[in-house]
Unconditional design. Structure first.
Length: 93
């Protein structure tokens, strides 16, 4: 939007920020099928979809941020970033 008073422009920006969440546009079945219904973390049978970057940390509720996971991995990871939950360690010798 161009023009308008500063108040009008701020009000328009606020409407964008506070817009209601959009309905999911991804298919759970498509994501599960892509990964062979296996948990991407431990290979057990996947029952949940995990947000790789948690929504609470700014992740999107979108297909590119979702992977199938088993209940145990999803509940254990919770709202942690992958790097915090499963830090990469050098292999032990
Ligand atoms: Zn798992």
């Amino acid at each position: 939007m161009r023009g308008g008073t500063l108040y009008q422009r701020k009000a328009a920006a606020a409407r964008v920020r506070h817009r209601a969440p959009q309905p999911a546009t991804y298919s759970r079945e498509t994501i599960f099928a892509r990964w062979g219904y296996a948990c991407c973390y431990c290979d057990a049978r996947a029952e949940h979809l995990d947000h790789v970057v948690p929504i609470s940390k700014g992740g999107a509720d979108a297909e590119h941020n979702l992977v199938p996971s088993c209940a145990a991995c999803n509940l254990d990871k919770g709202a942690q970033l992958l790097a915090d939950w499963a830090p990469i360690r050098p292999p032990s010798l």
